[in-house]
Write a protein that binds this ligand. Structure first.
Ligand SMILES: Cc1cc2nc3c(=O)[nH]c(=O)nc-3n(C[C@H](O)[C@H](O)[C@H](O)COP(=O)(O)OP(=O)(O)OC[C@H]3O[C@@H](n4cnc5c(N)ncnc54)[C@H](O)[C@@H]3O)c2cc1C
Length: 403
């Protein structure tokens, strides 16, 4: 299939549908939920009612063979608002974790439970990072020990910065099953968040994305059935045996998964950047200083020209990487990481420039660009920091095992 930026009818319909929801429902509510620092459950419910939040929609979008539907959805939602956008899309992390490691039976059983239904909306959470293992995933300390007598896994440890932590119904938890094998000795488990021994006592107070709940989660000898192991025991035993023999396939598969998921995060960043750009453009046309609209100063209009160009460039990288992921093209130069690196930087820079264009009001909470700037910073941090993207790209282009 040839790469094309032209949207088909379904994609145009999707874009317009999500845009309308973002404009009419998300935007007007964004300042309130940012101030409240709470999950916007009523908005999740509304999204569920129209089918925008739910596993069926996610499955349909993921099956787009061009790969463009998910970035389109993400950009429009985050154009509406970053925090509410993540409240809506955060469950997708858990669903993707189940889809990546689980059997078909596990996917069918658990993914719908992550979302609930329109009358009883639920969220899911993906728990990988730990206080000592954010970028350095191989340093994970949470353990899962198999109790053969009861056919149960016993999980102990602490997970950090979990999106939807403390409010999720279903948790996907990464844990170490063989400490000698580094990241290849890890496995994923699925469980209900009310399983005895799980606690998320306090949500974290954040710089941005404040409508999205983030919390640390503690696991104290949490017993889950053998069936909680995603993929099943036979598959895990085979994987561990391969790792002990020094075969490499596992690490490469994990890397390919990241390359496929990062463009969606890039699309979220573009949504925030575009929102700030559009706001600043309109403001610059209307704000009169020294007797003329500030856009008539090249210092302002050129800044806007640069922002527009950067956003377009980032979107091209995102769409290309999404297309590569969907069509099975090899990420020879870590194009997925490239797209997320570029889009994250563009979001941080564009939103900061937007504040500059608005001047004093831009710095106040009366205008939305300061919130957009706070929201944008996350794109340099989660799903692999700026430096980790650089590391992955540098390794890919050089073939050198850089550390
Ligand atoms: C709002 C929010 C939501 C999140 N949601 C989730 C979630 O749902 N699930 C989840 O599992 N995690 C989640 N995270 C965690 C996130 O993925 C980590 O914070 C991120 O991976 C960075 O890890 P760290 O914070 O430990 O930073 P560190 O790894 O301590 O990095 C600190 C700094 O050092 C740099 N650095 C580290 N190693 C190198 C190197 N080798 N070379 C150069 N520089 C380096 C980093 O780039 C960074 O600038 C979330 C975080 C936030 C803030």
């Amino acid at each position: 299939m040839t790469f094309s930026l032209a949207l088909n009818d379904d994609q145009i319909q999707l874009r317009d549908w999500v845009h309308e929801f973002a404009e009419k429902v998300i935007r007007p509510a964004a300042p309130e939920w940012d101030e409240r620092e709470e999950t916007p459950w009523p908005i999740l419910q509304e999204a569920a009612k129209i089918g925008l939040y739910g596993y069926e929609t996610m499955v349909t979008l993921r099956s787009d063979e061009t790969g463009q539907s998910f970035p389109i959805l993400a950009e429009e939602l985050f154009w509406g608002d970053g925090g509410i956008g993540l409240a809506i899309l955060g469950t997708g992390l858990a669903a993707a974790g189940i889809a990546a490691a689980g059997t078909l039976e596990q996917v069918i059983e658990w993914v719908p439970q992550c979302y609930g239904d329109e009358n009883n909306v639920k969220v899911g959470a993906f728990c990988s990072s730990e206080p000592e293992a954010g970028s350095d995933v191989a340093n994970m300390r949470t353990t899962a020990k198999y109790d053969e007598a009861s056919d149960e896994w016993v999980i102990s440890g602490q997970k950090a910065w979990v999106t939807n932590g403390g409010i999720a119904d279903v948790l996907v938890v990464q844990a170490v099953v063989d400490a000698d094998l580094g990241s290849r000795g890890q496995a994923a488990f699925i469980m209900k968040a009310d399983t005895p021994g799980i606690a998320a006592p306090q949500k974290l107070r954040k710089h941005g994305l404040r409508a999205s709940n983030t919390a640390d989660i503690f696991f104290d000898d949490v017993r889950v059935p053998g069936t909680a192991l995603l993929g099943g025991k036979d598959k895990l035993d085979e994987k561990l045996a391969r790792a002990r023999e020094g075969q490499k396939a596992g690490g490469q598969a994990a890397m390919a998964t990241f390359e496929r998921t990062r463009p969606t995060v890039g699309a979220m960043a573009i949504g925030v950047a575009r929102a700030a750009y559009e706001y600043a453009l309109e403001y610059a046309k209307g704000r009169v200083v020294f007797g003329r609209p500030i856009i008539e100063n090249q210092a302002i209009s050129f800044m806007l020209a640069d922002i527009a160009t950067e956003i377009d460039a980032a979107r091209l990288l995102v769409r290309r990487a999404a297309w590569m992921g969907a069509t099975g093209e090899r990420f020879a130069a870590a194009e997925g990481s490239m797209s997320k690196l570029k889009a994250g930087r563009v979001a941080v820079w564009s939103t900061e420039r937007a504040i500059q264009i608005l001047g004093g009001v831009g710095y106040t909470r009366e205008y939305p660009v300061e919130r957009m700037h706070r929201d944008a910073k996350i794109f340099d941090i989660f799903e692999g920091t700026e430096q980790i993207q650089q590391l992955v790209i540098a390794r890919s282009i050089s073939g050198v095992r850089l550390v």
